[in-house]
Design a protein around this ligand. Structure first.
Ligand SMILES: [Zn+2]
Length: 199
């Protein structure tokens, strides 16, 4: 499977990491999943704006899992064993699966995920997890690989290597808890720190 038209699908949240990757790799399709996260509208808006500026095809899909979410990204209470306030069980596994379904539909070769070194607070942000997902996905029909090109880079390194300009990064949405940046959550803090260190 796979054709030249759709080689890479980038899972695109409209945040800093996936925006830097969208800029440097110009994926054939950027896919934003509304899985019921409270900031989905802002992520979709940011993604549409960034993709239209870059000339990258964008698609938003809605697969509502908000009943099963926990923590700051969801409308529900955080469960006690969550490693961070925004942890949502099996989130990355789910997002990769949705992207892989889309990948088979359009004959893509790779699902690209914008996870960076600093996301390893969650098991589903670690290199071992992505190796396992690649095996699970590639082991099925469709010949799809899961790629995580920035897994050994910090966000600041990724931004620098990608060459993404500040004017594009400023469209990105990082807040976990709201469609309007709260200025206080871990997503907002990271956003301001990275912009300050990078430009
Ligand atoms: Zn915030």
């Amino acid at each position: 499977m796979g054709d030249l038209e759709y080689s890479n699908i980038l899972l695109f949240s409209g945040g800093i990491d996936s925006t830097a990757l969208a800029f440097s790799m110009r994926p054939d399709l950027a896919l934003t999943v509304d899985y019921g996260q409270v900031c989905a509208d802002a992520e979709i808006l940011a993604s549409e704006q960034i993709c239209s500026t870059l000339g990258v095809e964008h698609e938003a899909v809605e697969v509502d899992c908000s009943d099963f979410g926990t923590g700051s990204l969801s409308p529900n209470e955080q469960v006690e064993e969550g490693p961070t306030p925004e942890w949502w069980p099996f989130r990355n596994q789910f997002l990769i699966t949705v992207a892989a379904m889309k990948g088979v539909q359009i004959g893509a070769d790779n699902i690209v995920v914008g996870t960076v070194e600093g996301d390893s607070d969650h098991a589903d942000g670690q290199a071992d997890f992505f190796r396992s997902m690649d095996e699970v996905v590639y082991g099925q029909e469709g010949s799809l690989h899961v790629r995580v090109p920035a897994i050994c880079s910090t966000t600041v390194e990724l931004v620098e290597q990608s060459g993404v300009p500040e004017r594009i990064l400023l469209w990105s949405h990082s807040c976990h808890v709201s469609n309007h940046p709260c200025g206080e959550c871990r997503g907002c803090q990271k956003h301001y720190e990275v912009i300050e260190q990078s430009f």
